[in-house]
Design a protein around this ligand. Structure first.
Ligand SMILES: NC(=O)c1ccc[n+]([C@@H]2O[C@H](COP(=O)([O-])OP(=O)(O)OC[C@H]3O[C@@H](n4cnc5c(N)ncnc54)[C@H](O)[C@@H]3O)[C@@H](O)[C@H]2O)c1
Length: 352
């Protein structure tokens, strides 16, 4: 088992290994003073792993409740969030108690936001079961729900008290969810892990889950410790996301998050090369690798459809948007770009 410590506003451990779900109870015991645990999960994940987590918590002596909602991004909304708050109050969870988020990024974001706000904040445990959640969303404390106007528009920074990353759960991931997680994984390679990126080109991520999750969350840990509230270097994690989010919105969220990120990474890298920021060959190496995993490398929407979403980008600062621009595989920079110039970036990336 690997252990990584994050020293953010609250320090916590990330444990990565096999057979960890069965040990949930003893690990929660180590957090001290918890008596009740609300397991939050979606219907698909709960059917696979709910019983194991619940049994472990019960045999460690906790009162255990569960809140299970329909799987998918459509549930990450204020209505389900409100139902969860009602359930927490109904079961009389106190500030000493704990929410356990068992699932992918949707579960983690929703449960984390409830934990950030119920009784002005209670502790929560992340148990990521998708590759995307294991390498990214379970660490760093960003929690949110979506509004009809856009994704992640209401949320809070609230760090988990513990992350239990049981890589065995990734074995049941559907192929498209695996691919979606691979896109976020490759992102780490481009922003700062050249050697790993080259290994992922020949050794599938699924053949090296433990090592991959450890490397990704170590990088994320370093960025979060330097810049917990996303005003500086943490923005590097946004590589591929500016154009990716716009594509996702154009698809009315029909695209998987990772597919959209893959397109966004390919387009910004091609543009970076055209404008002379990236070394020649960077875009080709990235697109080849994305294709190796069956990920898309072009945005199937015209510039005019994407631009309105880019102007609304919540990571924008007034008249500029911070683009994350590769210089080569393993190194990116944060480049403020005027909103009026985004069209030419899209064009340079092959989006007409
Ligand atoms: N907070 C952050 O820092 C952060 C970072 C990146 C993404 N996100 C958010 O994460 C969300 C996407 O997360 P996701 O891709 O994990 O999606 P998800 O949580 O919707 O999970 C994807 C699907 O896989 C199923 N599933 C999950 N684990 C499984 C398993 N082990 N076996 C079989 N099926 C399983 C789920 O039921 C769901 O249908 C988005 O809402 C995005 O905004 C948050």
């Amino acid at each position: 088992m690997k252990e990584i410590i994050v020293k953010a506003s609250d320090a916590y451990r990330i444990l990565i290994g096999h057979d960890l779900l069965k040990e949930t109870g003893p690990y929660v015991r180590e957090l001290g003073s918890v008596s009740s645990v609300m397991i939050v999960s979606d219907d698909r994940v709960y059917a696979l792993y709910g019983e194991t987590v619940e049994a472990s918590l019960r045999s460690a002596g906790f009162r255990v409740f569960s809140f299970v909602f329909p799987n998918g991004e459509k549930s990450k909304n204020l209505e389900v969030y409100g139902q969860l708050l009602n359930e927490l109050a109904k079961q009389a969870l106190t500030r000493n108690d704990l929410i356990a988020a068992l699932g992918g990024g949707v579960v983690g974001d929703l449960a984390g936001f409830a934990a950030a706000t119920y009784l002005r904040g209670i502790r929560f445990l992340q148990i990521p079961t998708t590759l995307l959640a294991a390498v990214d969303s379970s660490v760093g404390g960003k929690t949110a729900v979506d509004l009809s106007e856009g994704k992640n528009l209401v949320g809070a920074f609230h760090q988990p008290s513990l992350v239990l990353s049981d890589v065995d759960t990734l074995e049941t991931l559907p192929e498209e969810q695996y691919r979606s997680g691979v896109a976020e994984t490759l992102k780490y390679g481009v922003i700062g892990a050249e050697d790993l990126f080259r290994r992922w080109k020949t050794t599938p991520v699924k053949a090296m889950y433990e090592e991959t999750v450890e490397a990704a969350v170590t990088m994320k840990r370093d960025l979060v410790e330097k810049d917990e509230f996303d005003r500086g270097d943490r923005m590097l994690l946004n590589f591929g996301h500016t154009f990716g989010h716009a594509a996702e919105a154009c698809s009315q969220y029909g695209l998987l998050h990772g597919e959209a990120v893959a397109m966004g990474m390919a387009v910004i890298t091609k543009a970076a090369e055209t404008f002379g920021y990236a070394a020649s060959g960077t875009a080709e190496e990235l697109t080849e690798t994305l294709r190796f995993y069956g990920l898309p490398v072009e945005i199937p929407y015209p510039k005019e459809a994407l631009l309105p979403h880019l102007w609304l980008d919540k990571k924008g600062r007034g008249e500029t948007v911070n683009l994350i621009v590769p210089e080569r595989i393993g190194k990116c920079r944060i480049l403020p770009v005027k909103k009026e110039d985004l069209g030419s970036w899209l064009e340079a990336g092959g989006v007409l």
